[in-house]
Each structure stands twice: as C-alpha cells, then as structure tokens.
Design a protein around this ligand. Structure first.
Ligand SMILES: [Mg+2]
Length: 234
C-alpha cells in the first residue's frame, strides 16, 4: 500500500475539518488559555515523565555549577525553596485538581479536596530527587545549605521532620514566614532573607526554586528555576 496518498488525503481532511470548524463559531478573537485544558496538559506533563526529565535538566546544571564554583567561593551557600523544589506535593495537587485551598482537613481516607495547611502538617511529602542530588553535591563540596520557604512557622516541626526523613538532613537553617505575616509576593519575604544570609558572610552561589518569585530580587550568583506548571505563587 502506498502510504503517501493516504497521508495526503488525511492531511487534507484534517485541514478541511479544522477550517470548517473554525467557520462554525461566532466568537471573540482572543481569550485566556482554558483552565481545564491547562490541567489536562499539566497532568500529562507529569505522568509522561517529561516533568521528571525537566527537573533533571535544571538540577544537573545546578550541580555542575556548584561543583565548579564552590571551591573558589568564600563561605559558599546554596539556597533552596521547599515546595515543588525539595519536596513534592503531587499527591495533594492531583487530589485538589490543581486547586490550592489552604483551610480544611487533609483526611487521607476522604476523596478530598484536602486543605494545604493540614496537608503540610502531615509531613509526608517525598523528595524531589534531582534536587536531593543537588543537595548532596553541595554538602559534599562543603557548601552551606539554607531553605527559604513560604510555609509559616506553625509548620516548622512537620516540615523539618519531613525534610530530614527524605534525606535533606544537614542543612544549616530553615527560614519560614512568621505566623500571621502576609506578603504580597514571596519576593518581599525571600529577598531580605538572602540579604541576611549574605550579611552572615556567605556567598550564595546558587538559588533554586520552582517559582520566579523564589529567585527574583538578586542576591545569588546563579538562579535555577525548576519546571512547575501546576500552580503559581506570586
Ligand atoms: Mg516552591
């Protein structure tokens, strides 16, 4: 069977259908991306393995940078974000269908939705393994590791227990948002903390997060942004 004519016919059919479909609708010239479609695409991105490969691409570059630059830096430091950087919340992300309700229970026996604050208190997040590798490379190179998270102080015990349980023991300090404090952007909380770290004499050779707001504001020699199409932290 000659495949080429069949392919040409199918292409023509698809093009014709698309054209017909287009002309069927009276609609507006532009609207934002459809949230349902975005959710479907994000789930496929995760489940296909593309997300994992993306994490590895960025983390491998961070590890190489640290290996190369730690030896020549004065008191080298690595700054890491926590959620979707060091720890994965995929279980609640899919359970909440990409919503982010903060209040409410996280009763694992129920179908959900689960509340994120209660979820964080469970301390059951697995590690983002490519970031764990970066952490290990940093510690082996005598780089001091600081975590800066948007999680509140009320979650300190559960968060520190979670970090240690999955392999992140050996960090110097975890900076958390004071209870009751609110910041319009994570930049407003995280940048001053990095300045504080520098004032202790450290050189932040790398800052890694999953949100631009983890990285904007400077005070790091190189910034590494992991993929995260699942939610946005302003
Ligand atoms: Mg994060």
């Amino acid at each position: 069977m000659n495949v080429r004519p069949v392919m040409l016919f199918l292409c023509a059919l698809v093009a014709s259908c698309a054209a017909n479909q287009e002309s069927e609708f009276v609609t507006v010239p532009w609207q934002p991306a459809n949230v349902g479609d975005a959710g479907t695409a994000a789930r496929a991105y995760h489940d296909s393995g593309a997300y994992q490969r993306g994490l590895e691409v960025v983390a491998n570059q961070a590890a190489s940078w640290i290996k190369t630059h730690a030896p020549g830096a004065h008191q080298p430091a690595l700054v890491l974000d926590i959620d979707e950087t060091a720890l994965s919340n995929w279980e609640i992300i899919v359970r909440d269908d990409f919503g982010r309700p903060i209040a409410g229970a996280a009763d694992l026996a129920s179908a959900g939705p689960w509340g994120w604050a209660a979820w964080d208190q469970l301390g059951r997040d697995p590690a983002i393994v490519p970031t764990l590798e970066v952490f290990r490379v940093a510690r082996a190179a005598n780089v001091t590791v600081f975590f800066i998270t948007g999680r509140p102080e009320s979650q300190r015990a559960a968060t520190e227990r979670n970090l240690r349980a999955v392999g992140f023991g050996g960090y110097a300090k975890l900076f958390m948002v004071p209870n009751g404090a609110h910041f319009a952007s994570a930049v407003d909380f995280k940048t001053p903390v990095r300045i504080q770290i520098e004032r202790l004499g450290y050189t932040i050779i790398a800052n890694m997060g999953d949100q631009p707001s983890d990285l904007i504001g400077g005070h790091a020699e190189r910034k590494f942004l992991l993929p995260d199409p699942f939610y946005r932290v302003p």
